[in-house]
Write a protein that binds this ligand. Structure first.
Ligand code: MTE
Ligand code: MOS
Length: 759
């Protein structure tokens, strides 16, 4: 297999030839929609006033929730999630109506003339306020193991604390976009930038009250999704389909950046309160903890996000007893959603912060505190949710990372650097920190762990590949094509990659949870192997050889001293009326999960990784940088080393953004103020550490039977950026004797850093 194959679209991406939804040429009758967004956080709609649109010199069409022929409902898990506000507005920026016109500029201009008269209602905008008012989406999700009360009493030390973790905008380059083309007999084709074409199909079906079979949901590629287009793309696709239904014309909905950031959900911000009981050697005996997440106005995927946060609280550590309550707060802000890591990063930051607090309390190094708590034969290997961590790779990834980063030498150098800064009356301090990580692979809900593929071989030997996964830049399509090329032993360019399409592969899961290549790779292998078996049967008859003597190799089929090209055999199969087309299906084995008890075996396997980061801060200004990062990531037997390295680099930098500079600010009225890169600080090219070493763990075949023993990579590297957050804490700790690193909230902006230094 070509493990260094480049992304199938890399040339097209860089030359502008890759076709995104917005690049689909406008049909003459195409209408553009602009959203009318609410201007209050909570209120009853008294009247939507369109009167000022009458005098415009161009034609407009208005669509509101009243025009919906089916249900105003696209909730992915629970109901109560409208595409357009019905009579109650529940957050500032909620879509209330759509104005359609011949051009986007006209539609946008007209949409600005719409007035929404409302009766204001009290709003809840913060986690604290929601908690005090018992405003939750559901009962808390509870993870419990052992007796926290007993173990807490037995513990020599107890420590309590609280901290906040900020949200994050996805800031995909391509904002939400969808075009719906109406056809005859109530057929609709919806092109949308979605990670979940099947959910778009179901959502449109519900909204229009038309069966799924009449709705084709398609996407060739997304200009980034990062979780933001897992459930929420359905809102905008649903709106475009509704408008196409009303007008009988194709309708495009494309959000500008301001509207995208305002009207679509983000990473959940969290607030955490804990009490931890531990012994004098830093061993954790009991953890009593409350996690508050900001679900926003509707539930969306907040339940599974909280579940993943709770099942990643342990990270690499055996915790004897735990009582963790996860409350999903119901607030009048946009509904938060999936974001790379899906709650896992928040959960892992929580335990790392707690370990840091213990290390400060006991005046021990963070590494020593970790060492005594790692999952191991002697400590225990059972997670709080009951899954056993068989064969942990903690020490393996750590040792490789120590080597790569020259950790122990640099630790000493940094100590003397910091002392030297004091002596020389200089304002700089450095910190160095490690982050070990374990990440569970599979959707927590077992039913989502399935995939399908469809392969056709044509009589000219060319191979058309389709599967349920979506391509959002992560390189899924090339990986799955590699699998098929490997099955037939043909070159990669013989595989034609096609758009995801619910008409070809139905009932798909979202491309999410990093499981895209695990699931679709296996499904495609199964489809290819079915055809290959038929081809082998046919070749064995042709060559008069036993099946075991038929060998596929380098685009040829060999049998003893005779051979045919792949194309010749494909043609011969066609001539002899042998089917060259097959579906393939895969479901992840071994997993089970009881969501009520939060117990089971939710993850097929774990990926492992570790990073070392070096941080520099200026104690006068709080300005900070990352100077160096070294990463080892366990990708099993990587399907594509280039793609995986790219995912690790990108994920890590995205994690740095979340933890240091990306800050969402809302006004007192609940209006998002940071709606573009001028006010929302994204990591730029100069924020990439000048020394950045990324390596895959070597000879690390997955213990489980995944496709070619590979491992998922999409999300886990993001949370390795926690190493930098911890390195900042180390630098703060070294700044002044009275500094309190444990006060540092995320994102660690200069003002947060100053607050912790001068505590
Ligand atoms: N990489 C790029 N370039 N763009 C993206 O939108 N999304 C991430 C990750 N890597 C994303 C990305 C997220 S949130 C997930 S879950 C995985 O890719 C999904 O793809 P996979 O399952 O094929 O890894
Ligand atoms: Mo990724 S957050 O699972 O789309």
């Amino acid at each position: 297999m070509n493990k260094i194959a480049t992304h199938d679209s890399s040339i097209r991406h860089t030359t502008g030839q890759a076709i995104y939804i917005d690049d689909i040429p406008d049909q003459e009758n195409l209408l553009h929609g602009a959203l009318v967004l609410s201007k209050c956080a909570h209120g009853k709609i008294k009247k939507i006033d369109f009167s000022r649109l009458k005098n415009l010199p161009f034609q407009t069409t208005i669509v509101t929730a009243e025009n919906i022929p089916g249900e105003n409902e696209i909730g992915p898990i629970k109901t109560g999630e409208p595409i357009l506000a019905d009579d109650i507005i529940t957050y500032f920026g909620q879509p209330v109506a759509v104005v359609l016109a011949k051009s986007f500029q006209e539609a946008q201009y007209a949409s600005d003339l719409v007035k929404i008269e409302i009766e204001h209602l009290d709003s809840i905008l913060t986690l604290e306020n929601a908690y005090n008012k018992n405003s939750f989406h559901d009962d808390p999700i509870i993870l419990e193991k052992g007796s926290v009360e007993k173990e807490m009493k037995k513990s020599k030390f107890k420590k309590s604390g609280e901290f906040e973790i900020g949200g994050q905008d996805h800031f995909y380059l391509e904002t939400h976009v969808a075009i719906t083309f109406p056809g005859e007999n109530n057929e609709y084709t919806v092109w949308s930038s979605t990670q979940h074409p099947t959910e778009v199909q179901h959502g449109v079906s519900k909204v229009l009250n038309i069966p799924s079979a009449k709705i084709d949901s398609k996407v060739r590629r997304l200009g980034g999704g990062f979780g933001g287009k897992e459930s929420q793309a359905t809102i905008f696709a649903g709106i475009s389909a509704l408008c196409a239904f009303i007008t009988h014309k194709p309708v495009k909905i494309r959000l500008n950046r301001h509207n995208d950031m305002t009207a679509s959900g983000k990473r959940h911000n969290f607030k955490v309160r804990f009490t931890v009981g531990f012994s004098s050697n830093a061993k954790i005996n009991a953890l009593d903890i409350i996690l508050l997440s900001n679900g926003g106005n509707v539930l969306d995927l907040s339940g599974p996000v909280m579940t993943r946060a709770l099942t990643h609280l342990d990270n690499c550590y055996f915790i004897k007893s735990i009582k963790a309550y996860g409350y999903i707060c119901k607030t009048n802000t946009v509904s938060n959603t999936a974001f790379r890591g899906f709650g896992g990063p928040q959960g892992m930051l929580v335990i790392e912060n707690i370990l840091f607090s213990i290390s400060e309390f006991l005046n021990k190094s963070l590494d020593d505190v970790r060492q005594i708590n790692y999952y191991s034969q002697s400590n225990g290997l059972t997670t709080p949710y009951g899954q056993i961590v068989s064969k942990p790779r903690i020490n393996w990834v750590l040792n490789e990372t120590y080597k790569l980063s020259d950790y122990h030498t640099r630790l000493k150098q940094i100590k003397s650097f910091n002392l030297d800064q004091v002596k020389k009356q200089r304002p700089f301090r450095k910190g160095l920190a490690v982050m070990p990580a374990k990440f569970g692979i599979s959707f927590n809900k077992p039913s989502f762990n399935q995939a399908g593929a469809l392969i056709h071989i044509y009589s000219d030997g060319s191979i058309r590949l389709n599967h349920g996964g979506t391509e959002m830049g992560q390189g899924l399509f090339v990986k799955v094509a590699q699998v098929v090329a490997e099955c037939f032993k043909v070159s990669l360019d013989q595989i034609h990659i096609t758009s995801t399409n619910t008409a070809e592969v139905p009932n798909t899961s979202a491309t999410a949870a990093s499981s895209g290549s695990d699931l679709n790779g296996m499904a495609a292998w199964n489809a290819a192997f079915t055809i290959k078996k038929r081809m082998i049967d046919h070749a064995s008859q042709l060559f008069k050889k036993s099946k075991s003597e038929i060998i596929f190799e380098q685009g040829r089929i060999l049998a003893g001293n005779k051979s045919l090209s792949f194309t010749e055999l494909a043609f011969s199969c066609w001539e002899n009326r042998i089917s060259l087309s097959s579906t393939g299906f895969y479901k992840t084995p071994k997993i089970h999960w009881d969501q009520g008890k939060l117990k089971g075996h939710p993850y097929f396997y774990f990926t492992w990784g570790a990073a070392v980061s070096e941080a520099l801060i200026d104690i006068n200004t709080g300005e900070n940088r990352i100077l160096r990062a070294d990463i080892i990531q366990d990708c099993g037997n990587s399907l594509n080393e280039n793609i995986d390295i790219g995912q690790i680099e990108g994920g890590f930098i995205q994690g740095l953004g979340w933890l240091t500079c990306e800050e969402l600010c809302f006004s007192q009225e609940g209006k998002l103020l940071t709606t573009g890169p001028s006010t929302y600080k994204l990591p730029g090219s100069r924020d990439v550490p000048p020394i950045f070493n990324v390596k895959l763990l070597e000879n690390a075949d997955n213990d489980e039977k995944t496709i070619f023993r590979s491992k998922a990579v999409g999300e886990p590297p993001l949370l390795l950026a926690i190493s930098h957050f911890l390195a900042l804490k180390e630098a703060i700790k070294a700044s002044l004797p009275s500094s309190k690193a444990e006060l540092l909230n995320s994102p660690a902006t200069p003002s947060e850093i100053l607050k912790a230094i001068y505590a």
